[in-house]
Design a binder for this molecule. Structure first.
Ligand code: BGC
Length: 272
């Protein structure tokens, strides 16, 4: 874990899908920067509570609370923001991270699974971004804590640009996120709201455990990574902490790929 340097002291950060994987690592890293943390979860109650305890027991961190909600449900997202504002006073950073994969060949894709992935991965991030912007504008500037009015970080994927056979619903949701993020940047940049995405590549989490946990799966994945290391959630945590802080103030409307070079199409190293 990186040494904390208090870059988010007196700020409150909401993390969706924070009970495991990338969301958990990002909440830990950003919590270590001294911010208050809202640990949102959908089904991992025990893990979310353990994370909140860890943050509350750590003297470098701010305070943590947990909040269960389905990010694709408007009422529940509104309730999460209401609770955050009543408990901590405001929201400074939202890391819209919750995401799912329901993979099928396209000709076998049930409409329900198409919709579910779009609902969580794209609509869920829209709802969180919208409520963040409403709260940033209501609260107004607090120049003593941040140069920006507020910061939104969308958790995207390399599949916002790399097509993915057998995962069209997931790739479409992440492609949509790119335009959502850039449109928010264009619309609210003038109000000093920063909106960016992080695009992880192959990172060891439960979502792709079936691939990296076997020797053959890991080898296949490594062929796609010029840096020849499968990522870990902490790789994303350190980037997110920086992206939420004023150190990256002039970064707006950008996707930061944290992928060991996966988007450089290593398949072309000896072909094409
Ligand atoms: C997906 C993973 C996949 C990675 C690289 C991520 O967005 O969730 O399952 O391993 O992209 O393809």
């Amino acid at each position: 874990m990186q040494k904390p340097n208090g870059r988010l002291v007196n700020q409150t950060c909401i993390f969706t899908g924070a009970s495991s994987g990338i969301g958990k690592a990002v909440a830990m890293a950003m919590g270590m920067e001294g911010g208050n943390v809202v640990v949102n979860y959908h089904s991992g109650k025990k893990e979310a509570e353990e994370l909140a305890h860890w943050i509350n027991d750590n003297s470098d961190c701010g305070e943590a609370i947990v909040f269960k909600c389905d990010v694709s449900e408007e009422k529940e997202v509104k309730a999460m923001f209401k609770k955050t504002v009543s408990h901590f006073g405001t929201v400074d950073v939202c890391v819209a991270n919750a995401g799912i994969q329901l993979d099928h060949p396209l000709h076998e894709m049930p409409l329900t699974d198409w919709k579910k992935v779009l609902d969580v991965n794209l609509t869920g991030q829209f709802l969180c971004a919208r409520e963040s912007i409403i709260e940033f504008k209501r609260r107004g500037f607090r120049k003593e804590v941040s140069k920006s009015l507020g910061k939104i970080i969308h958790m995207s994927s390399v599949h916002e640009v790399i097509p993915w056979a057998g995962h069209a619903n997931y790739a479409a949701s992440k492609g949509g996120l790119l335009m959502l993020m850039e449109s928010i940047c264009q619309e609210y940049g003038p109000e000093k709201i920063r909106c960016n995405s992080i695009a992880p590549g192959g990172i060891k989490t439960d979502i792709n455990k079936d691939v990296w946990s076997s020797k053959e799966g890991a080898e296949t994945m490594l062929k796609l990574i010029p840096y020849k290391r499968i990522g870990i959630p902490e790789d994303i945590g350190s980037v997110a902490s920086w992206l939420a802080s004023d150190e990256s103030e002039y970064i707006n409307g950008t996707t930061i790929f944290v992928d060991g070079g996966m988007t450089c199409y290593p398949g072309f190293t000896t072909n094409g």
